[in-house]
Ligand binder design. Structure first.
Ligand code: GCO
Length: 439
């Protein structure tokens, strides 16, 4: 990889999220989240597990941040567990919750690591779910209050704050497909939830900017280019439908102030209720857009599959390794959204069934995956897209939602029975790559 050179100020990072690593779910008056509840539903999680202990990062964060520093990774993306800060999602705040993130942020700064904070990575306080969760418009306003409290408390030390991580997942997997918390199967609820997530994003950005100066505010979307399986009219139709619901359903309201007309038509009476002024709030200009990229989407049922499909193989999630999709996606966003803010690739990485060999994990495929995708980022930059940083998902092996602990995404291996951390070869490669980029 010595042939590619990123700008010196390009930000290299690793990413995590609260529920996936923290554990300590009943420590220091943390409230219940919807994932605590969902994990108790029989059959909801592949291995019947939950985030009660996870990587026990709540108690081990100093050791974990030492590892980040040891790797020379200059930025760390993490999320705040809303129920630690405000156990009921509204009303009283919890001083001990703030204290934990105070310590975490100070520990990052002490090590010269730039914090990238996410307000919401899916762990809604259960009390708010009992009021309807994101289907209830009021929750958007509670979220803005929480955002303001975070900006007030941490805005002096944290500049990068993303409101939501992947609202598509929250709305579609949580409220329509029922496979993520809160586990509902109701298209209308999902459509309303997505609108309230977007509204809450805009409200939160306003609230944070009113509470702290010099913040860089953004949102993180999971995105992918959508390709048709074949060129049949049916598959091309599926492609358009997928692209409209997956990419445009979030990009258009954020950057054009409208929902895609065909999706609205499709939804009919299930379409969200948009109140006057909502789009003004949702289109609040952003300092950055975070993109989480893993693979492309292949739409349609036509046979046979396109020839080249899967040439680079599949990850343990069954996701096709398709690095050029990241370049294609970035170029498309630049082309279609004239007011696109600078991009960060806020997540990219792969699960593979790792084998521990003494003190080593020779995760060749993960290393290769990262190399190919970093190259794809370089290609997009060379073609004129303003991409400012890249974060590996994930720093640690962790609780992979409905897959429990059966999928390992980390560049650091976690032995869940001893909580021992072990650098995989991919971590060592990333360390050396970052060092070489610094020159
Ligand atoms: C997401 C989430 C992460 C996941 C990762 C792998 O992008 O879905 O942000 O929490 O663990 O993406 O599925």
């Amino acid at each position: 990889m010595t042939d590619i050179q990123f700008r010196k100020d390009f930000i290299w990072g690793v990413a995590t999220s609260a529920y996936q690593i923290e554990g300590a779910v009943s420590a220091d008056e943390r409230g219940l989240s919807i994932w605590d509840t969902f994990c108790r539903v029989p059959g909801a999680i592949a291995d019947g597990s939950n985030g009660d202990v996870a990587c026990d990062h709540y108690h081990r964060f100093e050791e974990d941040l030492d590892l980040v520093a040891q790797l020379g990774v200059p930025a760390y993306r993490f999320s705040i567990a809303w129920p630690r800060i405000q156990p009921n999602g509204k009303g009283p705040y919890n001083a001990k919750g703030f204290d934990f993130y105070d310590r975490l942020i100070d520990s990052l700064l002490k090590r010269n690591i730039t914090p990238f904070l996410t307000l919401y990575h899916w762990d809604l306080p259960q009390t708010l779910q009992d009021l309807g969760g994101w289907v209830n418009r009021d929750v958007a306003y509670y979220f803005a209050d929480y955002a303001a409290a975070i900006a007030q408390r941490f805005g002096d030390r944290v500049s990068f704050i993303a409101t939501h991580n992947e609202p598509w997942i929250v709305a579609t997997l949580g409220y329509d497909r029922g496979i993520f918390a809160p586990g509902f199967k109701d298209r209308k609820q999902a459509a309303h939830a997505s609108h309230h997530l977007l509204l809450s994003h805009g409200l939160a950005v306003h609230a944070m900017r009113a509470s702290a100066n010099n913040l860089q505010c953004g949102i993180v979307l999971n995105q992918a280019p959508v390709h048709p399986r074949t060129n049949s009219a049916e598959d091309l139709g599926s492609m358009k439908y997928e692209d409209d619901t997956f990419v445009r359903w979030y990009m258009d309201p954020l950057f054009k102030g409208e929902y895609p007309a065909e999706t609205l038509h499709h939804l009919g009476d299930d379409a969200p209720l948009v109140m006057p002024g909502d789009f003004d709030t949702i289109t609040t200009p952003l300092d950055f857009l975070g993109i989480n990229y893993y693979s492309r989407i292949v739409a349609g049922n036509g046979e046979p599959p396109e020839q080249k499909m899967g040439a680079l193989g599949y990850t343990d999630m069954g996701w096709e390794v398709y690095p050029e999709g990241l370049t294609e996606l970035a170029l498309r966003l630049k082309r279609d959204y004239s007011n696109l803010p600078p991009l960060f690739i806020t997540e990219n990485g792969a699960a593979f069934p790792d084998v521990v060999d003494g003190d080593h994990v020779h995760d060749i495929k993960r290393t290769e995956y990262l190399q190919l995708h970093i190259r794809a980022v370089a290609d997009a930059i060379a073609a004129g897209v303003d991409i400012r940083g890249y974060f590996v998902w994930s720093f640690l092996d962790n609780f992979e939602w409905a897959f429990g602990y059966t999928k390992r995404f980390g560049i650091v291996h976690v032995d869940y029975s001893t909580q021992k951390r072990l650098l995989k070869d991919s971590a060592k490669w990333y360390r050396d790559f970052i060092a070489s980029q610094r020159g």
